[in-house]
Design a protein. Structure first.
Ligand SMILES: O=C([O-])CC(=O)C(=O)O
Ligand SMILES: [Mg+2]
Length: 232
């Protein structure tokens, strides 16, 4: 089989009940429960105007820099509820997707979202869409359609490894990837963390939060609290 031109139609899939449950949690809380890892680089920006979180199994695409033939293959083969995750080899000169392809993904494939580690175009219209769309920016520069590229192989997106079938969760903060095999075990921890985080915000609002630990940490790490002004 020709490496660089493999299009896998099948993936190991996550438990879809688990996927649905993650959709109710902030991406930040879930990432915190993975030792604060697995959050994509902030160059991956929310470009549309969704009214709910993006959550679904990754349908991955590795496309050649500035080329979108492999993304067209994904258009053919992806499924309802998928999040299409695209690695564009770090190119920032050409948009590899725009309104025409997004219209198909929304209306014919009913995907849960699209994440492109590269530029897109037709933002004038797409910025108002409810479909969650993440990309690094926009350019009118268009893509080639030559290949090579691959579908449903491991990809890097926003500096994070994404395997086909990993759970992709996105909200206005950005996007995280949850490893498929660990997702069910992580879910209750993330739900408990989220509850605690809400309670924490309430305690900070009322002034009942206990910040004694800050003094301990500063002392422990050798900080000096100086009752004087800074003099150059
Ligand atoms: O021309 C392309 O392949 C990408 C594009 O603008 C669209 O999907 O609307
Ligand atoms: Mg277009």
């Amino acid at each position: 089989m020709q490496v660089g031109k493999r299009i896998y139609l099948k993936r190991e899939m996550p438990d879809l009940k688990v996927v649905k449950s993650f959709a109710k949690l902030p991406a930040s809380n879930v990432a915190d429960c993975m030792e604060r890892s697995n959050a994509m680089n902030p160059r991956i920006q929310l470009m549309s105007n969704p009214d709910q979180e993006m959550c679904g199994p990754a349908f991955t695409v590795h496309t050649r820099a500035g080329d979108n033939l492999a993304i067209y293959a994904a258009l053919k083969y992806c499924h309802p509820g998928d999040v299409v995750v695209i690695n564009d080899e770090g190119d920032d000169t050409r948009a590899v997707i725009g309104e025409v392809m997004m219209t198909w993904l929304r209306d014919q494939r009913h995907v849960a979202g699209v994440v492109v580690d590269g530029p897109m175009r037709d933002i004038d219209s797409l910025q108002n869409w409810k479909l969650p769309i993440y990309a690094t920016g926009t350019t009118p520069g268009g893509p080639y359609k030559e290949g090579p590229g691959e579908v449903n192989v491991p990809v890097a997106c926003g500096n994070i490894s994404v395997y086909p079938g990993d759970i992709i969760l996105g909200d206005p903060d950005g996007v995280i990837s949850i490893p498929r095999k660990e997702a069910a075990e992580l879910l209750p921890k993330a739900q408990a963390f989220h509850k605690k985080d809400d309670a924490k915000a309430a305690a900070f609002s009322k002034g009942t939060a206990d910040l004694a630990w800050v003094d301990d940490a500063l002392k422990d790490k050798g900080f000096n609290v100086i009752d004087d002004i800074y003099r150059p």
